[in-house]
Every structure is written in structure tokens, then in C-alpha cells.
Design a protein around this ligand. Structure first.
Ligand code: HEM
Length: 180
């Protein structure tokens, strides 16, 4: 039975968290800007960050499927374990489908994504304004759901650390672990 995450799992966790904290506020901010070269530049940055989240999410889910994480503390009630598992599962699904919904939307709106300006990604669907508008709604709802779950996830981690005083947060931040 392992009591710690692999270094790869920890690195992917924090990298994806950081990128979500960049992509989400940027998405909210840029959406309401008047059309300008500045807005289009921010759209590109947002898309590059989002596609990076997708690539890392594919790696992360593959890693998770092949590496068992440490088990939850025995002090947790069954309903708490179920809530944690459900949230984690939903987060894995959302970090995959939020970027894909953005990619689909950009394709439908007729804007190809060129990752960091160097790697052109294939359009997933043909240009279709109605579909693009519908996908924007889907992208928005899923993004807000993702961000809401991320906030709940952070709240739960802080509760473990400051109220339960167990090692759930510390094992995701290895440098906080006390040396023997
Ligand atoms: C973790 C990844 C992502 C998150 C959290 C995210 C989040 C968001 C949010 C919150 C908005 C604002 C929605 C609104 O207020 O209407 C937005 C807009 C947008 N997103 Fe994403 N997004 C992600 C990935 C992507 C990807 C991969 C693409 C495309 C390749 C993309 C393309 C867009 C575009 C083009 C808009 C602006 C749509 C418009 O204003 O017309 N997003 N995103």
C-alpha cells in the first residue's frame, strides 16, 4: 500500500492547476472585450493554454490509470470518501472535455487553433455558425462547472489540512512533508 503520490502525479497536478487558474479568468475577461487585435491575441493565448491542459490531462489520466494513488485516511466517513471520489472523477472528465469543447467551438466558428503559433491543429468540425454558438454555451457551462469543482476541491484540501489535520494536502506538496 503506497502512502505517497509519484513525482509525475504531483507535477501534473500542479501544472494543470496553474494552467486552469490562467485559462479560466482569461476566458471570462476576454469574452466581453470589444473586437480588437488585443482580444484576438488573448484568444490565441487562451487556446494555447487550454490545448496544453488537454495534452497534460491525457498524460494525467493515463498515469492515474496505471499508478495507484495513496488511499484516503481511515478517519473519513464513507460519504466523504464517495464525495471525494466523485469530485476527482468529475475533475478528470472536465479537464479533458472543457478543452475539447473549446477546440470544437473554435473549429465551428472557423478559427483554426495553431498551438503556440507553430503547430496547426486539425479542425474537429466544419464551419457552422449555429453549432459554434451552441458550443460556446457548452464551453461556458462546463468551464464554470470545472472552476466551481476546483474551488470545492481546494476547500476540501484546506479542511483536511487545518481542521482534520491529516496528511492529505501534505502528500500533494512533498516539500511540506517533515523529514524523519
Ligand atoms: C482548461 C481549459 C479551458 C478553460 C478553463 C476555459 C474557460 C473558458 C471560459 C471561462 C471562457 C469564457 C466563457 C464566457 O464567459 O462566455 C472561455 C471562452 C473561450 N474559450 Fe475556453 N477554456 C479552456 C480551453 C479552451 C480551448 C482548448 C479552446 C480552443 C482551442 C478554447 C477556446 C475559447 C474561446 C475561443 C473562447 C471565447 C469565445 C467567445 O468569447 O466568443 N478554450 N473559455
Amino acid at each position: 500500500m503506497t502512502d505517497r503520490y509519484t513525482r509525475t502525479a504531483v507535477a501534473l497536478h500542479w501544472l494543470i492547476a496553474l494552467l486552469i487558474f490562467a485559462a479560466f479568468p482569461l476566458g471570462v475577461y476576454m469574452h466581453d472585450l470589444p473586437l480588437s487585435p488585443y482580444k484576438l491575441r488573448l484568444f490565441s493565448y487562451h487556446k494555447w493554454i487550454g490545448v496544453t491542459v488537454f495534452m497534460l490531462a491525457v498524460l494525467r489520466v493515463t498515469w492515474r490509470a496505471t499508478h495507484r494513488p495513496p488511499s484516503m485516511p481511515g478517519t473519513m466517513a464513507d460519504w466523504e470518501k464517495l464525495a471525494a471520489h466523485t469530485t476527482h472523477y468529475a475533475l478528470y472528465v472536465l479537464i479533458l472535455i472543457v478543452p475539447v469543447s473549446g477546440w470544437l467551438m473554435s473549429s465551428a466558428k472557423g478559427f483554426q487553433t495553431v498551438w503556440f503559433g507553430v503547430l496547426p491543429l486539425p479542425d474537429l468540425v466544419g464551419k457552422d455558425k449555429e453549432l459554434g454558438d451552441m458550443l460556446l454555451e457548452v464551453h461556458k457551462v462546463l468551464s464554470y462547472l470545472l472552476f466551481g469543482l476546483v474551488l470545492a476541491h481546494i476547500g476540501a484540501a484546506l479542511k483536511h489540512h487545518f481542521i482534520e489535520r491529516d496528511d492529505v494536502l501534505v502528500r500533494m506538496i512533498p516539500f511540506l512533508r517533515k523529514r524523519p
